[in-house]
Design a protein around this ligand. Sequence first.
Ligand SMILES: O=C(O)CCC(=O)C(=O)O
Length: 293
Amino acid sequence: MPPPRRPPPAAVRWRARRPAPDRGYLYVPDHLRPADRAELLAWLATLRPIWEQRYSTLRPPPPGREQRTLLRPVYWLGNWQFACLGYYMPPHGTRDRCVAAEPFPPVLARLVAAVEARVRAEWHPADVPPGWRLDTCLVNFYGERLDPATGKWVDAARVGEHRDLEPGPVASLSLGERALMQFVERGASGPPARTQWLDDGSLQVFGGPRWKDQLLHRVQRVDDKRDLDLPPAIDGFRTRRVNFTFRHVPPADVVPFARLAPRARDDVRGYVAELAASSAFWRAALAEEAKAR
Ligand SMILES: O=C(O)CCC(=O)C(=O)O
């Protein structure tokens, strides 16, 4: 009879349980369940995304640059980082950049709570800052836009390389055509450190110094195989992919529209009025600011 198996020595047991080296990166295909997808699509149909200008009269384009409309329409939840306010850029660019925005709809609140729980359970605690919550969502629309000058449809389904500066892990959910995401070393021209197709219904989470600071990420292209036109209907735009990126902005850095610095308020009042046309939240924000003036 063979001798009874002895448990492995402690060092071996520890190695076997050690998380994978890429513990700052998670990709889950087929994350979205059909019922959540249906709820998400129904909610998307109620949104009225806006086209923002990159600069304003008070924050004009730097020398050599021109005023331009963002490549794609956007919608933000939790807080809205208007492009012309300069986005959220800690450690110094934190004031008067994040304007309190609509809360997440129930389906996103549920999905985000599950992602937060998973990150807290699986991530290295040092990579999850105190108070971290995925309280901000940028809804990105990828597709083609109608060029008013030429009357032609132009592909606008990409994002150039950048970092997300909000602290802690960033999560993203994808809907529609798959997108080619690449992570590249900052300041290097070699091959991408990771290339990942983000499939319909997938979840991606990345965090920690390697994924957030050392690497930049970009969306190289989005497939165009399924003849999709996802909701909502947007004038001059056909959407074949929607991506929700969830980030953390510390609540102390989020300011109601009525309490933005006066010059910043002037910069974004037109956008808030546009949003107010189809959102009770933004109507209330506009009314509160009008009273405070
Ligand atoms: O669309 C995506 O998958 C990524 C979007 C992104 O990089 C961002 O919102 O910062």
